[in-house]
Write a protein that binds this ligand. Structure first.
Ligand code: RRO
Length: 315
């Protein structure tokens, strides 16, 4: 196995194969956080990330919601950005700059659409621009006619995944919503339709109210909760899904330190995405989590990350 340099540590035990993507370590930048420009993604990689997911992009420019779009909650953030993005034609120019800035780091291109054909068109443009894989955002918690309106319906989701699979030959990951009755049922539908991997999970529908104005704080009223508050929910979602599907899972929700990451691996994730923690811990959070996972594996005499994926399910 090839040795990998993560900060001061030369470590082969933390490399990960994620549906064919080779990651130096199992930490990944989550979509929506610093994943827009070449400069920010380069800094995330300098901070130790093993891969990055870019901000969700659609067919056409979308301005997003008016401010306020983010509010601090206890142990987390509630956001309702409203999918702001320049549209695929404009964004591929920036994506090519990102690719050139971090040529050796897998880049997963997050996309959203309003129909299966739209997802497929954007996926094809993303891979033509150099995306190593795509992540289908079928779980944005508050934008009408896309996001979780697709991801909450197994038949619609299956059609989207199947159509995208016929349009590209790169791995297709599907980012699932926790705002469903049974996430494992949805996961099964995505995998049966051809998903190569899953991201579990997107944000939890939430809100905050200002007691002085007696009004919701976010302009959209409802947003998505992320950060430490949602970690137990995300872990449960990963755990339940791991029992039902065989594809790799990226755990996402409240990872702040290496212990959180190890919990996700034990629940069944093969890697973890980190987003909100960047605002609390800074960009080096990736390196610290990766090194911590390596030290944990060594202290317990495990030789690979894979050794502990789903270990908590043993009876
Ligand atoms: O842009 C957003 O408001 C947003 C998206 Br696309 C998403 O997938 N999840 C989220 O919490 N916010």
């Amino acid at each position: 196995m090839k040795d990998v340099v993560v900060g001061e540590l030369v470590e082969s035990r933390i490399t990960v194969d994620l549906a064919g993507l080779q990651l130096a370590n199992p930490t990944i930048l989550a979509s929506g956080v610093l994943g827009y420009s070449a400069e920010t993604v380069e800094n995330v990689v300098k901070g130790g990330a093993g891969a990055a997911v870019t901000k969700s992009v659609g067919l056409k420019l979308r301005e997003g919601y008016a401010n306020p779009t983010v509010v601090q909650a206890s142990c987390g953030l509630i956001n309702a950005m409203g999918l702001p993005n320049p549209g695929i034609k404009e964004y591929v120019k920036e994506f090519k700059r990102i690719k050139a800035a971090v040529p050796n780091v897998p880049l997963i291109f997050s996309i959203y659409g309003y129909s299966a054909e739209e997802y497929a068109t954007i996926a094809a443009e993303a891979t033509a621009a150099g995306a190593d894989a795509v992540e289908l955002n079928v779980s944005c918690p508050h934008v009408k006619d896309t996001g979780s309106e697709i991801g909450q319906c197994p038949d619609t989701l299956a059609e989207v995944v199947k159509t995208v699979k016929t349009s590209i030959s790169r791995p297709v990951f599907v980012k699932l919503s926790p705002n469903v009755t049974c996430i494992a049922d949805i996961a099964e539908a995505a995998v049966a339709a051809g998903a190569d991997g899953l991201t579990i999970m997107n944000t939890v529908r939430a809100m905050a109210i200002d007691v002085d104005t007696a009004m919701p704080i976010l302009s959209n009223k409802v947003g998505g909760l992320s950060g430490q508050a949602v970690k137990p929910v995300a872990l449960r979602c990963v755990y339940e899904t791991f029992e039902r599907v065989k594809v790799p899972i990226m755990g996402c929700g409240g990872v702040v330190d290496w212990r959180d990451a190890v919990e996700f691996l034990l629940a069944g994730a093969s890697a973890v995405q980190i987003g909100t923690a960047v605002s609390i811990k800074g960009l080096n959070v990736f390196r610290r989590v990766a090194l911590g996972i390596g030290k944990y594996l060594k202290s317990k005499n495990f030789t690979t990350v894979e050794d502990i994926v789903g270990l908590s399910h043993r009876r």
